[in-house]
Design a protein. Structure first.
Length: 927
C-alpha cells in the first residue's frame, strides 16, 4: 500500500529518526482514508493465511520505502524453494543507499516476547534484515493524528548463499529498548500498552548494483488471531479517525493485567514475574540483571512510575490510601497489589476487608497477592495470588525437600490458585545475628553459594510455581564480593528463567518420577506442544554444602512420551539432541547438578531454544565462569584460614589449584569462541570444587551431635569461624543447669515454673501430651508428645500447622551471655504430613535455626549454642509438626559470659528428682 501512497503523492516515504513511518505529504485525506480501509482488509487477508509457503501465483511482498530509487521486479519463482515448490523472488537494481524496504502486511498481532516472526531467505549478497512495524494505538502522532509507529529489528543474513532463517526475538523487549527515544521525542505520555505488529519488513538492499533475493516459509510463532485481539483494530481505527481518548493515559476498559484460569496475563500474553525486593537500586541496573518486576515496600511514587514505564518494569506494591490511589498514572505499572506477608488463618477477616477495599478503588482490577504462613485455604479465598516462601539455605530443612514443601502448600490452598515463590538470596536474618553475637564479625560477609541459590530456584520451578520473587534485605549493587556474586547469580538465573518461560507460565506439573539412581530427582512439566524434564542432583545436607554429582551415566525412565518426540539436552551452548533408546529409558552420560531435557516433535520449540542461546549463550557461559571464579576465590580464603588453624588438608589445597586450572582454560576457550568447551570445563571445575567444599564441611561437622550445634557449620563460607569458635568453646566454663523442670519428672514443678502447652486445632487430628514411663533416657519419666488421626476420619495428607507445641520455663539471660541448650529426643517412626518433623527451636535463634528430627534409632542427643543480644528470657520450644509420637528428656540450659567468665557457681542439678507427679497424667493445655 505504501507504493500506492507514493504514486498518489508523487514522493517516496522516508522514516523519521525514531523509525515510525509517515508520508511527507498527501494530496487528500479522503484518499488516505480509502487506502487505510484497503490496508486493513489486506492485513486481515494476509494474517489469515499464515504460515505462508508462497505456493500461490499471487505475490505477497510489496515495495514500501527506500533512500535510493530502485528498479524492482517481484515474481513467483518455481525453480527455487526452501520447502515445497515455489518461493517469492525479488530482484533489485539500485545505486548507493542504505535501505530498500519490502513489506508484508499482517493482521493486528499483540506484541509480547513469545511472538516470533520468522522467514527463510536466500540471497546472493549479505545484509538482508528482517524487521517489523509496531503500532502504538494508545499514542497519537502530534502532527498527523495517526497512531505512532516504530520499527524493531531482527537478524541479518551473512555471506552464505544457502537458505537462512531470519527471526525477530522478544519483540516486547525490543520495543522497550525503543521507548527512551520515543519518550525523548514525543514525551512520557507515549503509551506502549496494547502495541501490535502491523507488518513485517525486509530490508533487501545489498549494496550498489543488482541484488537477488528469494523468500519462503513466512510464519509468526505465538500469533493470536484477530478474533481474540479484535479490540486493537477498533482502537486503531478510532485513533485514525481522530479519537484522542485512545492514545491518552486514561484507564482502558480492558485492563492490561488480568488473571485467568491460574495464569497471569499482561497485554493478553502469559507473564512470569522475575521480581526483586527494591532497596534503592537504579531501575535501569535492575533491568540489566534481567528483572521485569520490582517489589516495593510502599506505594510507588510518580517518579518511580515514570521510570518503570521507561524501562518496561512492573511493580508489586502495597495499595495506597490517598485519592491518587484510585487510578490514573498512579497505578499504571502495578502488576499486583501486595496485601502483606506472614499472614495466618486469624488474619482472614482483615485480608477480606483489605482485598475488597482494593477492588473498590482500583478500576483496572489488578490481582492481589499475599504471603501466608498458615490458613492457606481461608486466605486463598480473598487473595488472587499466594506468595509461598521459607528459608532453606543455612537451615536444617533439606534443600531437596523444598519443592515438595511448596507442593504441599499449593495443595492446602484452593484449587487452581496461582502461586509465586519467594526465593532466599541471603543468609537467614537470625543466623546473621548469631554469627555476630558469637564473635564472627559481620554476618553478612558470609554469602550464600551461587549454586545453592540456583538449586533453590529450580526446586521451586519443579513444584509448578509461576512467578519468582528474589528476597533481598540489602542493596544488590553494593561492591562487596558476596553481593557482587549474588547479583551475577541472579542475572544468570533470570536468563535461564526467560529461556524456560513457556513451561513456567503455561506448563502443568505432571509428576515427580521415582528413579533407580539415588543421585537425582526427576520432575516433568508439560505444555501443549512439549514436555520439560528437570533432573536435579540429590544429597543430604545440600542446604549447607552442595553434594558433588558422582561420576557415571545417569539413567531414568520417562513414560508416556510419544515415539515421534525428540529429546534435547539444554545448556548455554544450545539444544543438543539426545539419543532415544527403545522404550522410556533416558541416559545422560555427563550429568550436571541441574539437567534440563526438552521433549517435543515441534521444531519451533527447538528453534526457540537455539535462537535464545545464539543471542545469550555467550553471556551465560561467561556468567558461569565468573561465578566459578568468585567461588574459587572464596574457597581459597576458606582453605587458607582452615590451614592456619591446623585443620587443613594438602590434597584439598591441591584440588583448588586444579579447579583454578580448569577455570583458566575455560576462560581461554570462551575468548576463542568455543563455548561448548568453556562450559564443559566450568562444569568439571564446579564438580571438583563441590568435592573440596563437601570434604571440609564433613570434617567440621563430624563429632558434633548435629550440624546445628555450631552455627558456623551451617554454611561453607563460615567454616573458618567454626574452628576458632570451637577452640573457644573448649576453654569455656559453663554454669550449672539454669532450666527448671527440664528432667520431666514432676508435673507440678513444670507448671509452677512456667512450662506451657499450646494446641492448634487441626481438623481430623487428635493430640496428647503426658509424662511417660516408657523407656525414659534418664530417671523415671520423659515428656511424650503424640498426634494421630481421629477415629472415623481419614488422615490428612498435609498437616498445615503444628497440632501441639511445648514451651519451656523461661531462663533469664543477660546481654553478651552465651547459652548452651542440651537434651535428648526419641522419634521411633517417621513423622507423617510434615517435612519439619519434631522441630526444636528457641526465641534467640528462631524457627530458621531449629533442629529438625524426622526419625531416629533410639535416643538422640542434641545441643546448640546461642548468644543474647539484650537482656531477655530464653524459651525453648518443641513443635510436633505432623502425625507421630516423640519423647523428650533431660533438657538443660547452661550459661557463660565470655567477658566475665562462668555464670554462678558449680552446683548440683537444679531439677529435683524426688518430687515427681503422677505418671501418665495428661499435661494440661494453656491458651
Amino acid at each position: 500500500m505504501c507504493v500506492l501512497l507514493q504514486q498518489a503523492a508523487g514522493v517516496p516515504c522516508h522514516p523519521v529518526r525514531c523509525g515510525w513511518f509517515h508520508p511527507r505529504r498527501w494530496r487528500s485525506l479522503r484518499l488516505l482514508t480509502v487506502l487505510s480501509l484497503v490496508l486493513l482488509s489486506d492485513k486481515a487477508r494476509a494474517a489469515s493465511e499464515l504460515p505462508d509457503s508462497f505456493e500461490t501465483p499471487d505475490t505477497r511482498w510489496e515495495l514500501a520505502d527506500y533512500d535510493v530509487v530502485p528498479r524492482v521486479q517481484i515474481r513467483r519463482a518455481y525453480d527455487r524453494a526452501h520447502r515445497g515448490n515455489a518461493s517469492e523472488s525479488i530482484r533489485i537494481e539500485a545505486g548507493s543507499g542504505s535501505f530498500v524496504h519490502f513489506r508484508y502486511p499482517l493482521g493486528p498481532m499483540p506484541v509480547h516476547d513469545d511472538l516470533r516472526p520468522r522467514v527463510w531467505v536466500q540471497s546472493d549478497r549479505p545484509g538482508v534484515q528482517l524487521q517489523a512495524v509496531v503500532v502504538l494505538p494508545r499514542s497519537l502522532h502530534p502532527r498527523t493524528g495517526q497512531p505512532l509507529r516504530t520499527m524493531i529489528a531482527g537478524t541479518v543474513t551473512d555471506g552464505s548463499t544457502s537458505w537462512q532463517e531470519l527471526t525477530i526475538q522478544e519483540p516486547r523487549t525490543l520495543l522497550s529498548q525503543k521507548l527512551p527515544h520515543l519518550y525523548q521525542q514525543f514525551g512520557t505520555r507515549v503509551d506502549p500498552r496494547e502495541a501490535y505488529l502491523d507488518a513485517v519488513v525486509l530490508n533487501a538492499y545489498g549494496g550498489p548494483g543488482v541484488t537477488n533475493l528469494w523468500i519462503d516459509d513466512l510464519d509468526v510463532e505465538g500469533y493470536v488471531p484477530p478474533a481474540v485481539f479484535g479490540n486493537v483494530v477498533n482502537q486503531a481505527t478510532r485513533a485514525g479517525d481522530g479519537g484522542g481518548a485512545v492514545a491518552s493515559n486514561s484507564l482502558s476498559s480492558v485492563p492490561a493485567v488480568r488473571l485467568e484460569s491460574g495464569v497471569l496475563f499482561v497485554d493478553d500474553r502469559p507473564f512470569m514475574p522475575r521480581a526483586i525486593d527494591f532497596k534503592g537500586e537504579s531501575f535501569e541496573w535492575l533491568k540489566g540483571l534481567g528483572f521485569n518486576t520490582i517489589r516495593l515496600s510502599r506505594p510507588p511514587t510518580n517518579q518511580q512510575l515514570r521510570e518503570a514505564e521507561q524501562w518496561d518494569l512492573w511493580f508489586v506494591a502495597p495499595p495506597g490510601t490517598g485519592p491518587q490511589a484510585t487510578g490514573g498514572l498512579w497505578g499504571n505499572r502495578v502488576l499486583a497489589w501486595d496485601l502483606g506477608e506472614g499472614l495466618m488463618g486469624r488474619d482472614r477477616e482483615a485480608l477480606r476487608r483489605a482485598a475488597e477495599g482494593v477492588r473498590q478503588r482500583d478500576p483496572l482490577r489488578r490481582p492481589t497477592v499475599c504471603g501466608p504462613r498458615s490458613g492457606y485455604w481461608d486466605l486463598s479465598q480473598y487473595s488472587d495470588i499466594l506468595m509461598l516462601e521459607r528459608n532453606v539455605i543455612g537451615t536444617t530443612l533439606e534443600l531437596e525437600k523444598f519443592g515438595a514443601f511448596l507442593q504441599q502448600r499449593r495443595r492446602l490452598a484452593r484449587p487452581g490458585k496461582l502461586c509465586w515463590v519467594g526465593v532466599q538470596t541471603q543468609t537467614p536474618r537470625q543466623l546473621d545475628e548469631q554469627f555476630v553475637l558469637l564473635g564472627a564479625g559481620n554476618g553478612t560477609a558470609f554469602g550464600l553459594s551461587s549454586d545453592q541459590l540456583r538449586m533453590v530456584a529450580y526446586q521451586a520451578l519443579a513444584a509448578g510455581v509461576r512467578g519468582f520473587c528474589f528476597r533481598s534485605r540489602t542493596r544488590l549493587d553494593s561492591t562487596d564480593a558476596a553481593t557482587q556474586m549474588r547479583a551475577l547469580t541472579l542475572k544468570r538465573l533470570n536468563h535461564e528463567l526467560k529461556l524456560l518461560r513457556p513451561w513456567i507460565t503455561m506448563g502443568t506439573f505432571v509428576e515427580a518420577l521415582s528413579t533407580r539412581d539415588a543421585r537425582a530427582q526427576v520432575t516433568v512439566l508439560q505444555t501443549r506442544r512439549s514436555r520439560l524434564a528437570l533432573v536435579l542432583a540429590r544429597g543430604t545436607g545440600q542446604q549447607h554444602v552442595l553434594s558433588p554429582m558422582a561420576a557415571g551415566p545417569l539413567t531414568f525412565d520417562l513414560y508416556g512420551i510419544p515415539a515421534t518426540d525428540r529429546m534435547y539436552g539444554l545448556s548455554a551452548t544450545g539444544p543438543r539432541e539426545l539419543r532415544r533408546h527403545h522404550g522410556p529409558r533416558v541416559t545422560q552420560h555427563d550429568p550436571d547438578r541441574v539437567n534440563l531435557i526438552a521433549l517435543t516433535e515441534d521444531s519451533a520449540v527447538r528453534n526457540h531454544i537455539a535462537q535464545y542461546m545464539s543471542q545469550h549463550g555467550r553471556e551465560m557461559v561467561q556468567l558461569r565462569t565468573e561465578l566459578l571464579r568468585g567461588a574459587v576465590s572464596q574457597a581459597r580464603l576458606v582453605d587458607q584460614s582452615i590451614t592456619a588453624s591446623g585443620q587443613g588438608a594438602p590434597q584439598l589445597s591441591q584440588s583448588l589449584l586444579t579447579v583454578d586450572s580448569h577455570l583458566q582454560r575455560a576462560t581461554q576457550m570462551w575468548l576463542a569462541g568455543d563455548l561448548a568447551s568453556a562450559d564443559g570445563l566450568a562444569r568439571h571445575g564446579e564438580q571438583l570444587l563441590d568435592q573440596v567444599r563437601q570434604t571440609y564441611w564433613r570434617k567440621a561437622a563430624e563429632g558434633l551431635p548435629s550440624v546445628t550445634t555450631s552455627p558456623y557449620c551451617l554454611l561453607f563460607s563460615s567454616l573458618p569461624s567454626h574452628w576458632r569458635w570451637l577452640a573457644q568453646m573448649r576453654t569455656a566454663t559453663w554454669s550449672p543447669n539454669a532450666l527448671a523442670a527440664g528432667d520431666f519428672e514432676s508435673l507440678p514443678q513444670m507448671l509452677s515454673s512456667g512450662w506451657k502447652q499450646q494446641r492448634e486445632p487441626v481438623m481430623g487430628l487428635a493430640a496428647a501430651v503426658e509424662l511417660s514411663v516408657t523407656s525414659p533416657w534418664r530417671g523415671r519419666t520423659s515428656l511424650h508428645l503424640r498426634v494421630w488421626p481421629e477415629s472415623n476420619a481419614a488422615a490428612p495428607e498435609v498437616v498445615e500447622t503444628a497440632p501441639v507445641l511445648i514451651h519451656s520455663a523461661p531462663v533469664p539471660v543477660r546481654a553478651s551471655q552465651w547459652v548452651r541448650i542440651h537434651g535428648w529426643v526419641h522419634v521411633p517412626e517417621a513423622i507423617r504430613g510434615s517435612h519439619d518433623g519434631l522441630a526444636i527451636y528457641d526465641n534467640l535463634g528462631g524457627w530458621d535455626l531449629a533442629e529438625r528430627v524426622q526419625q531416629g534409632t533410639g535416643w538422640r542427643e542434641f545441643v546448640f549454642y546461642r548468644a543474647a543480644k539484650g537482656d531477655r528470657p530464653l524459651v525453648i520450644s518443641f513443635a510436633l509438626t505432623g502425625m507421630g509420637e516423640v519423647w523428650i528428656d533431660d533438657l538443660s540450659v547452661a550459661l557463660w559470659d565470655p567477658v566475665t567468665g562462668p555464670v554462678g557457681t558449680p552446683a548440683a542439678r537444679l531439677n529435683p528428682t524426688d518430687s515427681r507427679g503422677a505418671f501418665g497424667v495428661p499435661f494440661p493445655a494453656s491458651r
